[in-house]
Design a protein around this ligand. Sequence first.
Ligand code: FAD
Length: 295
Amino acid sequence: MFDAIIIGGSYAGLAAALQLARARRQVLVLDGAQPRNRFAHAAHGFLGYDGAAPDAIRERGRADVLAYDTTEIRSEVATAVAGAQGDFRVTTDGGEHRAKRLVLATGVADEMPAIPGLRERWGKSVFHCPYCHGYELGRGRIGVIAAHPMSIHQAVLVAEWSAPGQTRFFLEDAFEPDAQQLAQLAARGVALERRRITQVAGDAEVHVAGGEVFAFDGLFVATRTVIRDGFAAQLGCELEEGPLGAYYKTDMMKETTVPGVFACGDVGLPMGTVAFAVADGVRAGVATHQSLVFR
Ligand SMILES: Cc1cc2nc3c(=O)[nH]c(=O)nc-3n(C[C@H](O)[C@H](O)[C@H](O)COP(=O)(O)OP(=O)(O)OC[C@H]3O[C@@H](n4cnc5c(N)ncnc54)[C@H](O)[C@@H]3O)c2cc1C
């Protein structure tokens, strides 16, 4: 019986594990090694690691956690969860484990429009977050591909990272901007493109119906995020609907609506970055520990 099992051993899960390890609690981290940013060669905006390889940050985190001898990290994928506070059971591809508390740090997956060539360039020349990858585009030409009405926000914002007048917004019939939105786009110098995209090729070349090609330094698309596992339903945890996808409903201390189950990182927040995930994991780790002390 572990004090806590943490499902997901990336930024959020490892940050939670570190707090529990430093309280000498018995912790098991289960990790499938599929972090959301694995497609990018560098992670930006995380203080102390700006521009580092995503894996290098995780490896350092794993080493920090494994320096404490009450912590174990296993390369096992959890397939089912059951039980209640004091006795949770986690089934994995390697067996079954039990713990008094459960921390869900399983991250989210990105769903993007089905445009040929788009997914292959994800994290390389196609991005979702200008704060993470906008600076590296050198104030060049930027394309924004609409996926849903919220994409208007991205088109207006991303113009901040392009040369003046060098942002083009591909509507993709995802929605029709109203008069106020059109004025906002015009004020930011964003060009509107209504022809449908036929493919993305080269580094970041957008081909539209009729054959015209637009070359960019980078593309942005506001993906919808999904929680991949069925743990919320298995445990009875409530989810909240964020602007881009569902995430676990938690209180201020990251406890879900099911006592003893905590959620952190991208699955526990309406928006995600490495720094948010680490901070959220710290909070979940501390809260999980205190729940073991005070309950
Ligand atoms: C292309 C791209 C580039 C990005 N670049 C940046 C950037 O430059 N800077 C930045 O701050 N943020 C960036 N992000 C966002 C960042 O990747 C996420 O916010 C961050 O990874 C969230 O951390 P997390 O620990 O919550 O989840 P993740 O890092 O996604 O990790 C979840 C972990 O849980 C594991 N897992 C899931 N289910 C199970 C299971 N059933 N059993 C066992 N293990 C499981 C997964 O294998 C994975 O290792 C980027 C995102 C993308 C998509």
